[in-house]
Design a protein around this ligand. Structure first.
Ligand SMILES: Nc1ncnc2c1ncn2[C@@H]1O[C@H](COP(=O)(O)OP(=O)(O)OP(=O)(O)O)[C@@H](O)[C@H]1O
Ligand SMILES: [Mg+2]
Length: 447
């Protein structure tokens, strides 16, 4: 066998038995299998049970024509190669074919070298696409070593294990957790570690647009669907084809739209606003909320059936105050991540400073910690007073004495001590103004 593609399966779709025989005879010995079908409908039936790497497809067919089937295949997410063959071609058809996702286009009659050349080109581009996929997949994996989740606490370890387990399956995932706990980070990791990694990750914030716009945002709309719809527009579902749609703040979705979304998820197809046509979708859904969705259901603000559809797998992200032992690792992580970007020197935290961080309650969770590190890197010192101010404000409501208060006092005293009472220098080290420092000292009746 001179040249071949021993692992390839090819499907020949042509209504002329003569053409099918020719192709089977030419390609059969060079690849693993050559299937044949006399119509697009038979071809589609065959694809349901067989993996096919390349379809050689006649355009003029009884029933659905080859071009229409090709468009349909691409919409359904078929990523294999397709060579269109036809006896009646013009430039327009050729252009349309390539736009519809044909890899190649050949005119009948053709000879053996012509078809072999075309198959060779297809094989080459499939090989490149596969290499590309593998490469991106490995990159994504190394980038998300340990899912991108930093922390060695039992809570984070358990979360990481769940992410690894759940990522490769196609099921819907519901992420619950307070603001700033890493829901989007986990959603991206789930995508990056899934077989859809090479496809798009499309985040949509369900609270960001008006309820009226939301439907068209998600499902697209037909031309003239409503005032102002001067042309048809694809929705985010469409952009997420072959990938993951991240429905952030899903609890904010209006009730009416919840029903539409549920139907789309059940039927795996969507209907653009104002359109009669159903569009098949191949999208994995990850939803997130910082509300208690079960509570929302109980109070009639969220549909129970949609809730059950979304929480096939439910992951709950712990608030930072419940895994404070991860704070040193997180500080280290954000410091080394942000210092080069900001052109700042890495922070060297004293034990007392680290104590502050573990005393604090972190209502804004990991995001708040990250922001603090960022600010501190810019200022060149841990911005304890910002933390203190936040904590004071928060606790003012509950009017409780604050531990941080004492801690800050100790810290300021230690810093003053280290610079022999030089307030200007101490203020600089503390990242606060001299005036603020003096006010503090006065509060505590310090010299
Ligand atoms: N365990 C973690 N390890 C490393 N980075 C984390 C971790 N948790 C959160 N982060 C980081 O904290 C920041 C906030 O996380 P993210 O945006 O995912 O939160 P969220 O849960 O989506 O919040 P919100 O509900 O407010 O949208 C991001 O920069 C994220 O990368
Ligand atoms: Mg978020």
């Amino acid at each position: 066998m001179a040249e071949g593609w021993p692992y390839w399966s090819i499907l020949v779709v042509d209504d002329e038995p003569g053409m099918r025989n020719f192709l089977v005879k030419t390609l059969g010995p060079r690849c693993q299998t050559v299937h044949e079908a006399g119509s697009a409908e038979d071809g589609a039936a065959l694809l349901r049970d067989h993996h096919v790497d390349l379809i050689i497809l006649d355009i003029a067919l009884p029933g659905m024509n080859g071009l229409a089937w090709l468009k349909d295949l691409r919409e359904h997410g078929y990523t294999g190669q397709v060579i269109l063959i036809t006896a009646f071609a013009d430039l327009d058809t050729a252009i349309e074919a390539l736009r519809a996702g044909a890899s190649d286009f050949i005119l009948k009659p053709f000879r053996v070298p012509q078809i072999l050349n075309a198959v060779r080109r297809c094989y080459e581009s499939a090989r490149l696409a596969r290499e590309n996929f593998v490469l991106r997949h490995t990159l994504a994996r190394s980038q998300f070593a340990d899912n991108g989740l930093v922390g060695r606490s039992a809570q984070i370890a358990e979360l990481s294990a769940s992410v690894r387990r759940v990522a490769p399956v196609n099921s819907t995932v519901l992420l619950q957790g307070e603001s700033g706990t890493g829901k989007e980070l986990v959603a991206r990791a789930l995508h990056a570690l899934s077989p859809r990694a090479q496809g798009p990750f499309v985040p949509v914030n369900c609270a960001s647009v008006s309820p009226e716009q939301m439907e068209s945002e998600l499902f697209g709309h037909a031309k003239g669907a409503f005032a102002g719809a001067t042309r048809a527009r694809d929705g985010l579902f469409y952009y997420a084809q072959g990938g993951t749609l991240f429905l952030d703040e899903v609890a904010e979705l209006p009730l009416a739209l919840q029903a539409t979304l549920l139907r789309a998820l059940e039927d795996l197809q969507i209907r653009p606003v104002g359109s009669q046509q159903l569009v098949p979708v191949n999208v994995r859904i990850i939803a997130a909320t910082n509300r208690d969705l079960q509570q929302e259901v109980a109070e009639g603000r969220f549909r129970k059936d949609l809730y059950y559809r979304l929480q096939v797998v439910e992951l709950t992200l712990p608030p930072l105050r419940e895994h404070k032992e991860d704070i040193p690792d997180l500080v280290q992580h954000f410091t080394s991540q942000l210092a080069p970007v900001l052109g700042a020197l890495p922070l060297q935290l004293t034990a007392a400073e680290m104590d502050y961080l573990t005393q604090y309650d972190w209502p804004g969770n990991v995001r708040e910690l990250r922001n603090l590190i960022e600010r501190s890197l810019i200022l060149g010192t841990l911005n304890v007073s910002a933390l203190y101010a936040m904590d004071k404000k928060r606790r003012a409501a509950s009017a409780q004495p604050t531990d941080l208060h004492t801690l800050e006092k100790q810290h300021i005293l230690a810093v003053l001590d280290s610079v022999q009472g030089d307030k200007t220098q101490a203020a600089q080290l503390l990242g606060i103004s001299r005036r603020t420092l003096e006010r503090r000292c006065a509060e505590w009746a310090l010299p």
